[in-house]
Design a protein around this ligand. Sequence first.
Ligand SMILES: CC(C)(COP(=O)(O)OP(=O)(O)OC[C@H]1O[C@@H](n2cnc3c(N)ncnc32)[C@H](O)[C@@H]1OP(=O)(O)O)[C@@H](O)C(=O)NCCC(=O)NCCS
Length: 186
Amino acid sequence: MRYFKKIVGERIYLSPINVEDVEKYTEWMNDIDVTINLIAAPNIYSLEKEREALIMLSKEGYNFAIVTLDKDELIGNCGLVSVNLIHRTAEAGIFIGNQNYWNKGYGTEAMNLLLDYGFNLLNLNNIMLRVYSFNKRAINCYKKCGFKEIGRRREATIIGNRKYDQIYMDILASEFQGKIPDKIKG
Ligand SMILES: CC(C)(COP(=O)(O)OP(=O)(O)OC[C@H]1O[C@@H](n2cnc3c(N)ncnc32)[C@H](O)[C@@H]1OP(=O)(O)O)[C@@H](O)C(=O)NCCC(=O)NCCS
């Protein structure tokens, strides 16, 4: 089995990362249309470098593969970093590498599953994220999940001599209704 149904939604599920997907991840991490939206855009990812990254991501932290329920197809990745279990905060990250799956609600569904995991299993209270101001698709996706803008780091991203703000967004546990608590019967 390549994937395991850790957090299950309507059309996708979050699974532990499979390092054998290294070629697909390497393709995505060298695809400028995907990475222009990510901090990793200038990086050059060889198979070896990506394998090392995947080995780490698959063993440590809170990282998931996003997989379709109908075909068990890997479409992207999401996770929580900077998890602080004292103050119950974390930072979320997501990308869908397969562009055929953009704009079809998969990002919203994956982020909702990640929030369900973060709020209802890790018992986090505040989950934030950062997004470039030009990334309207991501901003809309995050708003649909309940994230609100909390501030901007002005001109903190420079691409081709143009300057863009980094937008900070967050969501509280009290603003999120997940499905994991319904797993308790009786
Ligand atoms: C960002 C990302 C996770 C969003 O996932 P997705 O499945 O494409 O997003 P969704 O379909 O759930 O939601 C996107 C929304 O933005 C809207 N949208 C798309 N392009 C837009 C644009 N240029 N301007 C305004 N809204 C736009 C869509 O119509 C949709 O809203 P709707 O459902 O109300 O119609 C995914 O596109 C992705 O991984 N992109 C590349 C990497 C990336 O940007 N990662 C995030 C870094 S912060």
